[in-house]
Design a binder for this molecule. Structure first.
Ligand SMILES: C[S@@+](CC[C@H](N)C(=O)[O-])C[C@H]1O[C@@H](n2cnc3c(N)ncnc32)[C@H](O)[C@@H]1O
Length: 326
């Protein structure tokens, strides 16, 4: 038997598989296939005739998932795409709608642990951080080309970094001498930019927020998630569910707000007496509060610690209004 490729421990796997209601013959979209952990569980739980389309921006992940999921044969389809563009892959398969969709946002353990990908401040490597290493600007190009104020604003917006100004200034001073190219150099620079008293108090490495901010900016991760959510709703069959696992508060806030808005009827401000917006609910909330991993999962997989799962279900299209008798 061919040995399996490296794996990624899927987070909140039991909860996600149960809440997506997999069934025989169903069609599923895994927008972040990764190494295929969730996809395998979903296909297995769905049973005969089910099919799954898995997307990833990382070609290496797609190849490894292909090995890990080989036993599912023709039930698995894959495409190398940013997930906001999933419609192109549905069209290729001739699928109009799906019976369930999932996003497990961010990076896999393999990506994080591979120093050459540049995602980790714990491992020295080139400052890359692209999920798709074949296109787009990498983190070094971004860091070395942005104005100091723009960099400060990215660190604030995507990292909620309290020392954004000091870090942006330190980057500007350092790159005036030599461009920043290694994760180790950036991590050391951020650590130095932090006042010693803050450094002593910090729960995480001072570079945590800077690395998060750069990764989100390099891959437009929040923009991708927003577009995915807007575009998936009309492509879900009535009763189909969408599940999103996020790993930091910016993503989770976006998902929470989107699901709540889609689950609401009228969105007019409270002082408007008769609805002017005409908004109708398109989703029903399945998780009123985000689900988080239990103690047993955290003990087995500490990387799951910040995961949050939210699930919503597509409502049937509202019936068109009856014609008024003339
Ligand atoms: C946390 S991992 C998914 C792990 C997977 N659920 C499993 O169980 O093996 C996230 C994956 O999504 C991919 N990814 C992140 N953002 C993406 C996007 N906008 N479009 C496509 N793939 C994306 C990453 O390359 C990574 O492989």
């Amino acid at each position: 038997m061919k040995p399996d490729a490296p794996a990624h421990v899927p987070v909140l796997a039991g909860e996600l598989t149960e809440l997506l209601l997999p069934r025989p013959g169903g069609r599923y979209l895994d927008a972040t296939l990764g190494l295929g952990g969730h996809a395998a569980l979903l296909l297995q739980a769905a049973g005969p005739g089910a099919e799954l389309l898995g997307l990833d921006r990382d070609r290496r992940a797609l190849n490894l998932a292909g090995i890990n999921l080989a036993r599912f044969g023709r039930a698995l389809h894959t495409a190398h795409l940013p997930f906001a563009d999933f419609a192109a892959a549905l069209e290729n398969l001739g699928w109009d709608k799906v019976d369930g969709a999932l996003v497990d946002a961010g990076v896999s353990s393999l990506q994080l642990d591979t120093a050459e990908r540049g995602f980790s401040f714990m491992r020295d490597g080139p400052l890359d951080m692209r999920l798709d290493s074949e296109t787009g600007m990498n983190a070094a190009q971004l860091l070395n080309s942005l104005g100091e104020k723009e960099l400060e604003s990215i660190l604030k917006k995507f990292g909620e970094e309290p020392m954004a100004g000091r870090i942006a200034r330190a980057v500007a001073q350092s790159r005036a001498v030599r461009p920043l190219e290694r994760t180790g150099d950036l991590a050391a620079l951020v650590e130095k930019a932090y006042p010693p008293s803050w450094r002593a108090k910090a729960r995480n490495h001072p570079a945590t927020r800077t690395f998060q901010a750069l990764r989100l900016a390099v891959n437009d991760e929040l923009g991708q998630l927003r577009l995915f959510m807007e575009r998936i709703v009309p492509r879900l069959n009535p009763g189909a569910r969408v599940a999103i696992i996020s790993f930091h508060s910016l993503e989770d806030r976006l998902v929470k707000h989107f699901f709540r808005t889609e689950a609401a009827g009228c969105l007019c401000p409270p002082h408007v007496r008769r609805c002017l917006c005409g908004h109708r609910p398109t989703l029903r909330l399945i998780t009123k509060k985000a689900l988080t991993p239990g103690e047993a999962e955290l003990a087995a997989n500490p990387r799951a610690r910040s995961a949050k799962l939210r699930v919503a279900e597509r409502l049937p299209e509202p019936a068109p209004p009856l014609a008024q008798p003339t």
